[in-house]
Design a protein around this ligand. Structure first.
Ligand code: CU
Length: 704
């Protein structure tokens, strides 16, 4: 038990880091972390290196004892993320079935959320169930297993031949290595000028929708290759025009599409080596919170000022917030039961055979191993941030520690919460906010996922897209006509971002699942439409606009699009609770700059990413409706997910409802996006609307 425990892997990591003198890592393994268990919080402090070394050495010396304590720490809340020892129980239960042979991979282990009704009445100290949903992959077939963790037994075991399981790194990278040895692909690569195969990387990945009849009942991946000669990474070095289909079960290349050779672009891509040039005249700036943070976080429960919420880091969708409440005069009032990103949809816009299937349902296809990656102190989060470690599992179901997957910190930007100037006086109050940040990294792209809690009762949800854009090789060095987009031109479907390097047009769509529980479970969605009203000749005006509230009775009534000429306020109200002014208490979802898909609804791609059709959807709460493109988007025909569920046009009035917001943007690449993209932020706001009787920031102190 001890030798195999994940905590021992922590010990080895810790010792290893210390031996290597890595201050950054060593300082994170402080005493507090070891005491709190494997998913712990650690504060980054700026103290002399030897103090860290000393502290870390003490930690290592006491590690065995403390670890033994940590292993026995059970979850303290039904919505706490799976703990490492729970992953191990799942592992042992699966092994005990005798069915976990070498061909059976454990693709996914996720917390199966407990019954919502039970969670809402659960009291601290009471027992609760713990279950995990597991997806196994055996010779192309998906197997769904539910494991009762507390009972240490398999609850259900269901083999599925109608869906494709998501993929994991070792599956597609292993297939890529084998593809390189395929004689036909080898020959095709040689024709494309490859002489040294050492630096060639082939990457077969799942097809994001049902694109080819051959996909029926088969686990087919499409692949292309890169030559990393002269660079750290392969992005920007495509061996273009060569594309292969691979059967992930037989591990054979089944088809090669060769559109003719285009030389591998050689534009400068080693951004890691760009020399740092001091910005002239820059003076020091400091962020300090000398008395420590003013939020509290324990076992996933966060409290900051009037806000209370739970956070867990889910391998599939990243940070999941639960039981989001606001303390209003000593009463914790519910805003949301649950909130998280639910799916991503990234279709590329080049009709070439080798590009047409480049459509990524990024979370649902690629989440095994977890979508979140490590944050870097001072780059991703400021020095006053605290960090949260995560857990994911390998393809054998073994838990792995993922240090610093989230950071949480207070941000003070010297901005007003409110202000007014009159009589030569500025009346006002400064504001600060609490930011929970993670970075989802899926292949080339990095998405910063922020939840920003504000003192006025609002939550700003933001996505910062950065990383590396996908590129295609061009025979010409630059644009010949200087405009882009001309029919037949090399940059018809994108733009040059470097020499012989084309950034291909594409979209990014994110679906956020927001289980609104405003002052209780039963809510109604109101679209308050702002409409022009013509006025009679007896008035001085020809027209004004008026707000016309209308309650959505069914799902179809609640499919909302952002239209500047038909504005509407998207309100989630509790018709059973009225505020001091007589209105139902409510929260509004205020869209930010966003986008709708421009694809044909009958396009197979769009059927899978159909959530991108509308910017807002509302569904009745169903515990199994969690992912906007369904549980298994890989190679799917779009028969699961938001568009499919809402076809039933179910009633949604005065019942438990869930909002789905689509944040999206079209991406026409530009020179400035290369070789690494500046962070581009998009956001939306969830804000109180007649939830309070007055501005909740009224009583803010004069000092932030
Ligand atoms: Cu992009």
């Amino acid at each position: 038990m001890v030798d195999n425990s994940p905590h021992w892997s922590v010990a080895f990591r810790c010792e290893d880091y210390i031996q290597r003198g890595e201050r950054q890592h060593a300082k994170n393994f402080n005493k507090e972390k070891l005491q709190e268990g494997i998913v712990s919080v650690h504060r980054v402090r700026t103290t002399a290196k030897w103090i860290f070394a000393l502290l870390a050495a003490v930690s290592v010396a006491t590690l065995t004892v403390r670890v033994a304590v940590a292993q026995t720490t059970p979850p303290t809340h039904p919505l706490e993320g799976l703990k490492s020892q729970e992953y191990w129980v799942v592992y042992e239960v699966l092994r005990a079935t005798g069915k976990m042979d070498a061909d059976t991979y454990c693709v996914s282990v996720l917390l199966h959320e407990p019954n919502k009704e039970k969670v809402l009445v659960w009291k601290n100290g009471e027992n609760f169930s713990r279950e995990a949903d597991v997806i196994l992959l055996r010779k192309g077939a998906a197997i769904e297993v539910r494991v009762d963790i507390a009972g240490r037994k398999v609850e259900s075991w269901k083999e599925r031949n109608d869906v494709q399981a998501p993929t994991f790194d070792n599956e597609f990278l292993g297939l890529g290595e084998e593809a390189k040895n395929d004689p036909q692909l080898h020959e095709a690569l040689t024709k494309h000028g490859v002489q040294d195969f050492t630096t060639v990387v082939c990457v077969p990945v799942p097809i994001g929708y049902f694109a080819l009849p051959e996909q029926q009942g088969r686990r087919l991946f499409y692949g292309d290759c890169f030559d990393s000669h002269g660079s750290f990474l392969t992005w920007g070095r495509p061996i273009d025009g060569l594309y292969f289909l691979m059967d992930a079960v037989t591990r054979k290349v089944v088809k090669i599409i060769d559109e003719g050779a285009t030389p591998v672009p050689m534009s400068a891509i080693n951004f890691e080596e760009a020399p740092a040039i001091a910005r002239h005249g820059t003076t020091p700036i400091s962020i300090a919170q000398p008395l420590g943070p003013s939020f509290q976080m324990k076992d996933g429960e966060v409290r900051w000022q009037n806000w209370y919420f739970r956070v867990r880091l889910d391998p599939r969708v990243g940070p999941v917030l639960n039981l989001v409440r606001f303390d209003d005069g000593g009463r914790q009032r519910s805003v949301m039961y649950e909130a998280s990103m639910s799916e991503l949809f990234v279709p590329y816009m080049d009709p070439a055979e080798s590009w047409a299937t480049r459509v990524f349902i990024d979370a649902g296809e690629f989440y095994p191993g977890g979508i979140l990656r490590m944050l870097q102190d001072g780059v991703d989060c400021p020095s006053n941030a605290e960090y949260i470690d995560g857990l994911a599992s390998t393809e054998r179901g073994i838990p792995v520690l993922r240090p610093r997957e989230a950071c949480i910190y207070e941000s003070y930007a010297g901005s007003p919460a409110w202000r007014h100037f009159e009589n030569e006086i500025v009346w006002g109050r400064p504001t600060r906010e609490l930011i929970l940040r993670t970075a989802a990294v899926i292949g080339n792209y990095d998405y910063l996922l922020d939840w920003r809690f504000q003192q006025d009762g609002s939550i700003r949800v933001a996505v910062g897209a950065t990383g590396i854009i996908e590129t295609k090789a061009a025979k010409t060095k630059t644009s010949e006509h200087g405009m882009g987009g001309s029919p037949g031109a090399p940059d018809e479907y994108g733009r040059f971002v470097g020499d012989n390097t084309l950034g291909v047009n594409h979209d990014h769509f994110f679906s956020y699942r927001l289980d609104m529980d405003v002052d209780g479970q039963n809510n109604t969605f109101m679209a308050d439409k702002l409409k022009q009203r013509q006025l009679p000749a007896s008035t001085r005006r020809k027209s004004i606009w008026v707000a016309e509230p209308s309650a959505a009775r069914t799902e179809r009534d609640a499919m909302m699009d952002v239209q500047l000429d038909k504005p509407a306020m998207w309100m989630f109200v509790n018709p059973n609770v009225h505020g001091p002014l007589g209105y139902p208490t409510g929260y509004e979802i205020m869209p930010g700059i966003t986008a709708a898909s421009l694809l044909d609804p009958e396009d197979g791609v769009q059927k899978v990413g159909a959530f991108s059709t509308h910017q807002l959807w509302v569904t009745p709460y169903r515990p199994d409706e969690l992912y906007a493109s369904g549980v298994y988007p890989t190679s799917s025909k779009g028969e699961d997910g938001l568009a499919a569920w809402t076809r039933k046009n179910r009633p949604i009035e005065n019942t438990d409802i869930v909002a789905w917001y689509t944040l999206g943007f079209h991406h026409v690449p530009r020179a400035e996006d290369w070789p690494v993209m500046p962070v581009m932020w998009h956001d939306f706001v969830i804000r109180p609307f007649d939830f309070f009787g007055a501005n909740p920031g009224l009583t803010l102190p004069a000092k932030p």
